[in-house]
Design a protein around this ligand. Structure first.
Ligand code: SF4
Length: 212
């Protein structure tokens, strides 16, 4: 497929997903607070968003902001995030990055990729989530749904998240990128999961997807 054809396909996908999921809400219930989104983004690795939403009710009741978390004990936070899996590493990352945000960034979650990537446990996926959702910057969140579906559509040919991110950055208009990624997650859950995609009822069946 040529770049022009890929761009046309991406434009069709942006419009069709917007019509199907007009709200494009983030599944993590962070209440507009950048630090809470950072914490929830970290906890959501290898865990469902629904589980993270439940766990964070108690976590944020105990530690409501970055300053409270910066003073937390590892063992106390480990108990609260236990059910998210990989709990020791996640608890340590959350406390450590909260301390760094207080010490190095005046208590404010950074608004650029380079600074976000200095935070322990924060990779490009979480950084892009923050840049897109909080700071309204162009941002592709290359999660498992985004990677699977953009490959099926022929927009990219890689399972490397960074390659998928950069491929989609070229194809999806800047102002659409963040919402597009939220919508593709909803679409992946509803219609195009990893196993048994519902191609017969799919608005993209003309794409003749590559389903492995
Ligand atoms: S046609 Fe099938 S594989 Fe392609 S996006 Fe739709 S459900 Fe997924």
């Amino acid at each position: 497929m040529t770049k022009k054809e890929k761009k046309a396909r991406a434009a069709f996908a942006v419009a069709a997903l917007k019509e199907r999921y007009p709200d494009a809400l983030c599944a993590l219930e962070y209440g507009g607070d950048p630090w809470r989104l950072l914490v929830m983004g970290r906890l959501s690795a290898q865990c469902t968003d629904a589980r993270v939403n439940v766990v964070c009710k108690d976590l944020f009741a105990a530690y409501p902001d970055v300053y409270a978390m910066a003073g937390a004990e590892y063992a106390d936070v480990e108990k609260l995030v236990f059910s998210c899996g990989v709990y020791k590493v996640k608890a340590a990352n959350i406390i450590d990055f909260s301390r760094m945000i207080v010490e190095n960034f005046g208590g404010k979650v950074p608004d650029n990729m380079d600074d976000l990537l200095t935070l322990p446990g924060v990779g490009r996926k979480i950084a892009n989530l923050i840049l897109g959702d909080i700071y309204k910057k162009p941002a592709i969140v290359a999660d498992t749904h985004c990677i699977r579906i953009s490959n099926r559509w022929g927009l990219c040919d890689s399972t490397d998240p960074k390659k998928v991110e950069f491929a989609l950055k070229e194809l999806v208009p800047d102002e659409e990128q963040s919402d597009f990624c939220h919508r593709i997650v909803l679409f992946g859950r509803d219609i195009c999961p990893a196993r048994a995609p519902k191609c017969e009822e799919c608005p993209f069946k003309e794409f003749k997807c590559k389903v492995k």
